[in-house]
Structures are given as C-alpha cells and as structure tokens.
Design a binder for this molecule. Structure first.
Ligand code: PLP
Length: 395
C-alpha cells in the first residue's frame, strides 16, 4: 500500500524516542526535555498582536502562492541590510517553514538519480527529503579533527557528474558550529567551478554567539548565482508553530518552486505572513533578549558538561545544541543492557536520569548525542545534575 519512495525513509527515529519518553510520562515520571528543536520562549507580544489585528481585520483569504509582496519586500530589505544579499521580491518565495523551502528547492532542481552532497552528521530531514525527491544523498563525514567543518577536500572527493547540489547549514544542527567566512568562500568556489547549487540553510542565523553568521551567497556574484538561501521565522522569532520560512535565489529556480508550491500547498498562512512583517520590523529587542538567554545557557551547559566528564563536544558557537561524544561509555551495562552506541546512552539517560536527549542515529552518528539547551535555566540545572549522577553511576 505504501509507496517505495516513503518506505526508503525507514520511518522516523526521533518519533520513536519521543514515544518512549511519553510512555514514562504516562507513568507519572517527570522527564526533563533536552531533545527540543525549538525555542522555549513564546512568540514576542508585538508579533502576536499583529496577528490578532490581521485576524480581526479579516485577513483570512489566499495570498499569492509565492507570498505577499509586502513581506517579500521586507525580506529583501532584511537580506540586503543584514546579509549583504541583494534579491528582488520576485527572487523570493514564502513557504510553510524553512523545511518546506528546502524540500521545494530539492524537488524543483533534482531529477531522479541526481546526487546531493550533505555534510554529516546533519539535520535528520535532509537525506530523507532528498530520497523522497528520488535523488541520492551523498554524505561527507564531519570530524572533530576539522572542528566539524566540512573540508574542501572532503567535498571534492564526493563530486561527480551527477552532483546537483550541496546542502549547507550554518549555524549547524546538530553540532552547533558556525562556518568561517574563508571556508564558505572555498566551498562557494567549488560550486562555481563544478557547477552545482548550494542550498544554504541559515535558519539559526541569529543564534551565533561568537561572530556574525555569514551568508555564502554574499561572497561574490558567481557564488550567489549558484546559491539558494533559506531562512525563516521559527528559531529567530520563536515562531515554530506559525510555519513560516522563505527561499531566495536565482529567478528561474524561485519560479520553479512557485509552480511546485502552486500544485502542492499554495501560499503559506496569511495571518502568519502579516505578523512576519511586524517581526522583521519591530521585534529586534525581543530577539536580542532571547539570544542573550541562549548564550547564558550555552556558557552554563558548556561548563557543566566538562565537570560531568563529557568533555569531548563540538565547539558550541551557535544554535542551541551541544554535540557530545559519549563513546567512552560504550561497553558499560545497566540493568542487563549493554551500551553499544549513542542511542543506547540516550535511552539510559532517559530511563535513569529522566532526561531526554537525542541519540545520534537520526543525525547519522553512532558516537554522539545531541543535547538541546532550549529550556529554562532551572530545568537545565536540574537536568545536568541528573545527567551527572547517572553518568557517574556507569563508572
Ligand atoms: N533547518 C534546520 C537545520 C533545522 O534544524 C530546522 C528545524 O529543526 C529547520 C530547518 C526547520 O525550520 P522550520 O520550522 O522553519 O521549518
């Protein structure tokens, strides 16, 4: 009954782990969630009020498939002033989240059998979107030796005549690293030399604590011509539930994405679009406040993990994730269960510490767990204390 296309995804690993946590909660156990991929803050009041007003004014109809001109104009202004990227509103499409922007882009440029290079570990959706489009994900392993940055040599090794694009994500989920400008320039040059596209997912743009995140398309016009820039409102403005993102890129691709979207979902939510104009215009202070809170938690968790003995983690320069190596615990047992990989350790932490973190397999790793610090400082403190005690018990 189910299509081969969907079968190829192999289901959703993260959903299985969430179901396990839900079962424990049903037994009355309080589980602290450090596996969350969204800001714990609610959307700032100024944005919520703009949505209420749009609703009261009856802004409840279809918008153009590619999104309201006023919002695309505001995004063009933002990209110009903050990212040194010059796009016209016609080179921008509004989507139901960055996720839809990325999958629409993949569906719009890839033929069956085309190859898409993905630095790995990666956000679990990337390879699955590629497979759903009938294309082939090709992984470039990221390692601690190169600070979890993709290397030019590593990418070059994977380029073939079938390479259609590279999925780039900075700040990076799950490692939390932010790619330096020079690295982006060399990767961009590869795209120009070998003529493939870069889908540049910049959804965590504002969550970069040490330096400003660089948009690869801003580096020169040739790189820009090979880049589809993706961003959205979920992480920057705590608007995950509103489902609003966008893509900016060469006119031909954006037009193709518009055709694709016209036959699948049509326009993104009209009220969310209206509120997003206010977000871009009037929520700077609220965004700064959230970013400072994340940075404070990042500093805290970094310090605490070192004292918990989890000292091997990627430099958490951005996002709200820590990517920690837990291989030192492999071979240990608890209640007759052998810990053989990072999923096993995540299960152990769930059962014994009552803290949910992500095991590595959804991100294509056996050695690392992803810990999200998108929770209140109180919960973070309690969770780390419980993790420390559980890890100490394994020694
Ligand atoms: N890109 C990355 C790397 C993400 O981690 C996520 C969400 O977790 C998204 C895109 C999806 O963002 P949106 O909520 O805008 O669809």
């Amino acid at each position: 009954m189910i299509s081969d296309r969907l079968r190829r995804t192999g289901g959703n690993k993260k959903a299985e782990a969430r179901a396990h946590a839900a079962r424990l909660r049903e037994q009355g156990i309080r589980i602290l969630s450090l596996d969350i991929g969204e800001p714990d803050f609610i959307t700032p009041a100024v944005i919520r009020n703009a949505a209420k007003q749009a609703l009261d004014e009856g802004f409840t109809h279809y918008t153009p498939t590619e999104g309201m001109k006023e919002l695309r104009t505001a995004i063009a202004k933002k990209l110009r002033s903050e990212n040194e990227l010059s796009y016209t509103p016609e080179e921008i499409i509004i989507t139901a989240g960055a996720k839809q922007a990325i999958s629409n882009a993949i569906f719009s440029i890839c033929n069956p059998g085309d190859e898409v290079i993905i630095p790995t570990p990666c956000w679990d959706s990337y390879p699955q979107m590629v497979k759903l489009a009938g294309a082939i994900p090709v992984s470039v392993p990221l390692s601690p030796e190169s600070h979890f940055y993709p290397t030019v040599e590593g990418i070059k090794e994977k380029i073939t005549s079938k390479t259609k694009c590279l999925l780039l994500n900075t700040p990076h989920n799950p490692t939390g690293v932010v790619y330096p400008r020079e690295l982006l320039a060399s990767i961009g040059q590869l795209a120009v030399d070998y003529d493939f596209y870069i889908i540049s997912d910049e959804i965590y743009e504002y969550l970069s604590y040490e330096r400003k995140c660089v948009s690869i398309g801003s580096l020169n016009p040739a790189i820009k011509a090979h880049t589809i820039t993706i961003n959205g409102f979920s992480k920057s403005y705590a608007m995950t539930g509103w489902r609003l993102g966008y893509a900016a890129g060469p006119q031909e691709i954006i037009s193709a994405m518009k055709v694709f979207q016209s036959y699948t979902t049509s326009n993104a939510n009209s009220i969310a679009q209206e509120a997003a104009i206010t977000a871009l215009d009037s929520a700077h202070d609220e965004v700064s406040h959230m970013v400072s809170a994340f940075k404070e938690r990042r500093d805290f968790i970094q310090h605490e993990l070192l004292s918990a003995g989890l000292s091997h983690f990627a430099n958490p320069e951005g996002t709200f994730y820590i990517w920690a190596d837990v291989s030192q615990y492999f071979g240990r047992s608890w209640d007759g269960h052998l810990i053989e990989n990072s999923d096993d350790l995540a299960t152990y932490l769930l059962e014994k510490a009552h803290v949910s973190v992500n095991g590595g397999s959804p991100f294509q790793s056996k050695t690392h767990i992803r810990i999200s610090y998108s929770v209140s400082m109180n919960d973070l403190k309690a969770a780390l204390q419980q993790i420390k005690e559980a890890l100490a018990a394994l020694h």
